[in-house]
Design a protein around this ligand. Sequence first.
Ligand code: NCD
Length: 306
Amino acid sequence: MPRNVLDIIDLSVGEIDRLIATAEDIEANPEKYQDVCRNRQLATLFFEPSTRTRLSFESAMLALGGSVLGFSEASSSSTTKGETVGDTIHTVSCYADIIAMRHPKEGAAYAASQFSEVPIINAGDGGHNHPTQTLTDLLTIYREKRRLSGFTIGLCGDLKFGRTVHSLVNALSRYEDIRYVLISPEELKLPRYIKEQALKAQGIPYTQVSSLEDAISELDILYMTRVQKERFFNEEEYLRLKDSYILTPERLAKAKSDLSILHPLPRVNEISVEVDRDPRAAYWKQVKNGKLIRMALIMYLLNIQA
Ligand code: NCD
C-alpha cells in the first residue's frame, strides 16, 4: 500500500519534526537535493483553483530534478465527460509516481486513495482538510519561534469553512502547552466536531471570541484567514461577513513585539498591505516555506534520501 497524506494526523509528530529538519537542510544545501527525483514524476490534479499550492508542488518537484504533469482545472480533464474521480486517479497513477490533488468535495482525496497505486497527497478537500498547508504553517512557526510548543495562537476569520484552520488545529493539538483563541463571527465558528475531537477530548484550553482587538495583546501567533466565498450557499451572507476582520498597522499597536502573523493566502481584505512591512508579518516567508516542506514531503513519500 502506498503511503498517503490525506490528513495531517497521517503523519506522526516525529515525522513532522524530521520533515522540518529536512526542509531546513534543503534551504541550506540545495545542491544536495537537485537531482534526487530524476526520472520521477509528480501529477498535480487540481479540480479547484489554486496558485501557491499547485505551483509550489510543481516547483518543489522541479527543484528535486523530477518532472510534473497534470491539470489546473476540472474543465480541462475528462471529468467534464462524466468520468469519476476514481477512474481519473486510476489512470494518472499509471503515469505518475506521486499525486497531489485538490477537489471541492470533502473526502475526495480519501476516495481517490482507494484507486491509486501511488501516494496521494491531499492538497485541499472542500471545507475539510489541507495537510500540506499545515506543514507549511508548522515550518513557519518553527522558524519564527524555534519551537512548536508553549504559545497562544489566535485563529481569526472563517474558522467554519477554512480547511487550513482545521488541519492546523489537529496538528498543533499534539504539541505541548498550546492555547487557542478562536476569533470569528458567530456564523463562522470552528465546527463542533473539531472542538470535541481535537480540543475538548484532550483538555486543550481555548476561548471563543468575536473581537480581534480585544484578543490581540495576548497572542504569540496570529493566523488570519479569508472568508471562504466559494463555500457559502448565500451570497448576501458572504457579503455581510467578508470584512469581519481587517488587520491594519493601527490594530497591531496593542500586539506583542514578537507576535508572528501568518496567513495561508490568498488574502482578500483581511490584512492591509501596509502590514507587509511590519517585521512581525511572516506570510511571505510562509510562501517560501511551502516549497521547502513540499520538497521534503515528496522525497519522504517516495522513500528518497539525499
Ligand atoms: C488556502 C486553501 O486553499 O484552503 N489556500 C492555500 O492553499 N494557500 C486558503 C484559502 O483559500 O483561503
